[in-house]
Design a binder for this molecule. Structure first.
Ligand code: V1P
Ligand code: CA
Ligand code: ZN
Length: 393
């Protein structure tokens, strides 16, 4: 038997449903559910599973999905027959309901189950945080931030994040939602636009008409009206191609540091979309796994509970590297860890913070020119700090 000597009173949980993997969006679709299995394998190869509570998660019920989504939408999602793929070539004029079907959000076999599994993992993670059984709960199968209450959007059908945050709001006064996916977290922002109990902050590539979904400009801070408590509680950080670890880290710390000071969140929900990494098939940024992971590291310094969700990420081997690294950030790598991880674990000897992860060598593809000037980044920080004058815990 292994001598489990975890840091006292500090628990990380990993929420995973192996049945998500066999689902397919279609051959040419960028979303590949097997990246979740790839991540889990890497996490296990390093022996990290010994330092966490591991849960095979259940599927979310209709009632749970209904806490955010409308019955009309859920019923259609449940009943709509899978279409032959690729549909847009075979049958381009077919009516599209709730934005279901077509190239971004295809109707594939087992879609409803797949969505319920993703939401089930995130909800289980939220419950562990609520009942104080976990300090950090990880749900890489979630993070589907574009889904609206009655509409699918950008590969997202069910907004597991919104459902998880609604659960957190039952036990915590204030939730800070942070989104480092390369796309704007529009679905989560919109869901909470009229409450001051959730502050959303998304970092993303911003170029209306050119880059999906086109929303999330610097001035988008939630509907401004005297009677809306949610006004000023949406923060957006619009960026250009090629941003580096150094720039992103500085921006992240000054924005999130200030938000933490003003909003005083009781819990953090961090969407870790890995399409902000260099070499991503859809993304435009130049982040390394270390720079991406530094965001999770910084959030951890606040010492409040946190859920970490997945999200985008379209170069599967890089996704697995980033999320395995972020799992290691959650469990804290130090000498103690080698007492936890059994000796025969394949990659155990590499599990030391400094020489961490030989497998961190990312697929990079064509280098991207950096289109973010220091001046512009400074303006963004300035704007965000001004916006936060209206926010008080
Ligand atoms: O750009 C669009 C739509 C399609 N046009 C009418 C505009 N869609 C994007 C959707 C990106 C979704 C990202 C999801 C996430 O934030 C969270 C999981 O990461 C899109 C793109 C693109 N390059 O932006 N769809 C596709 N590519 C696509 C490519 C091949 C097959 C199917 C979809
Ligand atoms: Ca984002
Ligand atoms: Zn994305």
């Amino acid at each position: 038997e292994y001598n489990i000597t975890r840091p006292k009173g500090y628990t990380v949980s990993y929420h995973f449903n192996p049945d998500m993997e066999p689902h397919h969006f279609g051959l040419t679709h960028p979303m590949k559910p097997f990246r979740l299995t790839l991540t889990k394998s890497l996490v296990t190869a390093y022996g990290m599973n010994f330092a966490m509570d591991n849960y095979n998660t259940r599927i979310a019920t209709y009632e749970e999905l209904n806490s955010f989504h409308t019955s009309d939408y859920l019923d259609y999602l449940h009943m709509a027959p899978p279409e032959e793929m690729p549909r847009d070539i075979d049958n381009p004029d077919k009516e599209v309901k709730f934005n279901l079907g077509g190239s971004d959000c295809p109707l594939f076999h087992g879609l409803y189950d797949y969505c319920s599994m993703s939401a089930g993992s995130s909800l289980d993670a939220a419950r562990k945080i609520c009942n104080k059984q976990s300090d950090i709960a990880i749900a890489w199968g979630g993070g589907l931030h574009h889904a609206k209450k009655s509409e699918a959007s950008g590969f997202c059908y069910i907004n597991d994040i919104v459902i998880a945050i609604l659960q957190l709001l039952r036990c915590y006064p204030r939730v800070l939602y942070i989104d480092i996916d390369v796309h704007h977290g529009d679905g989560v922002e919109e869901a909470f636009h009229s409450t001051d109990r959730v502050l959303t902050c998304s970092f993303h590539k911003f170029a209306p008409e050119v880059f999906f979904p086109g929303t999330g400009g610097l001035d988008d801070n939630g509907p401004k009206s005297e009677h809306n408590p949610g006004a000023h509680h949406a923060i957006n950080v619009p960026l250009n191609d090629g941003i580096t670890d150094e720039q992103y880290g500085h921006l992240f710390q000054s924005v999130i540091g200030k938000i933490n000071e003003k909003f005083r969140p009781s819990v953090i929900a961090l969407q870790c979309g890995a399409d902000s990494l260099a070499g991503d098939r859809l993304g435009r940024f130049n982040l390394q796994v270390q720079g991406h992971g530094a965001c999770a590291k910084f959030c951890k310094t606040f010492g409040i509970p946190m859920i970490m969700f997945g999200g985008g990420g379209y170069t599967p081997r890089n996704v697995a590297r980033a999320w395995a690294y972020e799992t290691s950030v959650a469990i804290d790598v130090d000498e103690k860890i080698n007492k936890i991880i059994p000796e025969h674990t394949p990659w155990r000897k590499h599990f030391v913070q400094e020489e961490l992860f030989p497998s961190l060598e990312q697929i990079l593809g064509e280098p991207r020119a950096n289109r973010n000037s220091q001046k512009r980044l400074q303006e963004i920080i300035q704007h965000v700090h001004e916006q936060l004058r209206f926010v008080n815990a």
